[in-house]
Design a protein around this ligand. Sequence first.
Ligand SMILES: *Cc1c(COP(=O)(O)O)cnc(C)c1O
Length: 437
Amino acid sequence: MTTSASDISRDQSAKLFEKAKQYFPGGVNSPVRAFKSVYGTPLFIERGDKAHLWDADSNEFIDFCCSWGPLILGHNTPEIREAVSAQLGKGLSFGAPTALENDLAELILSNNKKIEKIRFVSSGTEAVMSAIRLARGYTKRDKIVKFEGCYHGHSDSLLVKAGSGLVTFGETSSAGVPKAFADETIVIALNDKAALEQVFTDFKDQIAAVIIEGVPANNGLLIQDKDYIHFLRDITKANGSLLIMDEVITGFRLGFEGASKYYDIQPDIITYGKIIGGGMPVGAYGASKELMACISPDGAVYQAGTLSGNPVAMAAGIAALNLLAQPGFYEKLEQTTQDFVAELRAFIEEKGYEVHLTTIGSIFWFAFSSNPKIQRADEIDPASMEKYKVMHRELLNRGIYFGPSGYEVGFISAAHTEEDLKTTIKAIKEALDIVFQ
Ligand SMILES: *Cc1c(COP(=O)(O)O)cnc(C)c1O
């Protein structure tokens, strides 16, 4: 029988967390970092190199959180570090255009035919917020439709969850969001064509845009069928509404053309973040020339940013994307992920454990459920998160760092070696034995 590994030392992290609690709400600058959904205090990280992390107690981990997605090349990538260092000597910010913005845009647009023009911002939240404004400005309509289980950052219009009933106005999912904002956002379930049809009947000629994650990956990994995504594309077009594909996770993760290519569709507006900045804070939105002509100073939709197109961040993005653009990069990473998943699936099947490993590209998610194909948020059983909690503890104690919530997906980076993955597979097998014993 497998037994629990002894707990890692967290003395330094615990001390730092106590101090942080005096300064920040909950001791953190972004809520999930507080480890509320898993055991123990959050680990304070000191450094990362390739696929490895070291915390303040000198514990070493193989990292599958990868800063929540941006680090598709792992930590401390020499090419990114050198590009950033070179820029540091020239200045951090000018508030004026630089050639670096052109270079990153050219690199993106020449490898991504889904958009014709792009605008850089500083986060995924900002990218999505701006895309929504563009959709409203272009269509001269106010309502937007989002899906339960999709996360699009923390702007007011999108901190909205489903009300009761198939098609209703949303309810705010955060205090401080005016009801009037929530009334402009309609929330429906994923993978439900009837709900989409009803929304366009009930709110005829009022819907500016429907927004969906390229592949919903912020609340489990809810991979949608191609047929459904094409239905969504067709129904938005038929009703004069725009389709916004939020590719903040999937953009540059499933290739340069992201989920749009995977589903073979042409969204109207696409948002990016995470990987695009190579680990620095960058977001972006892009669309056709016609749509982007609506953005100021060309058009009437206002959007600006003091640090937008920041030269250091652009340098990091260029260095990262140049590596991703190498022939075979994604094929290799996806093959590595498939091999990893296949070995774990074989183990799970052999043991008959009630858990399913879902995967797309280099993203994976453990669903503790008897349902092999979860596609909607309400198909996830909240009680199953107790099992994740145990797995998370057992993995940390074996030197494997997963995101601190069972709703979060894991990422494999190009820095994960065969050895790293072998070690991880062994640890996961032991952790699952303990979860199900
Ligand atoms: C992370 C994320 C966002 C928000 O990006 P931030 O950089 O955290 O503001 C928006 N949409 C999706 C799909 C995301 O995964």
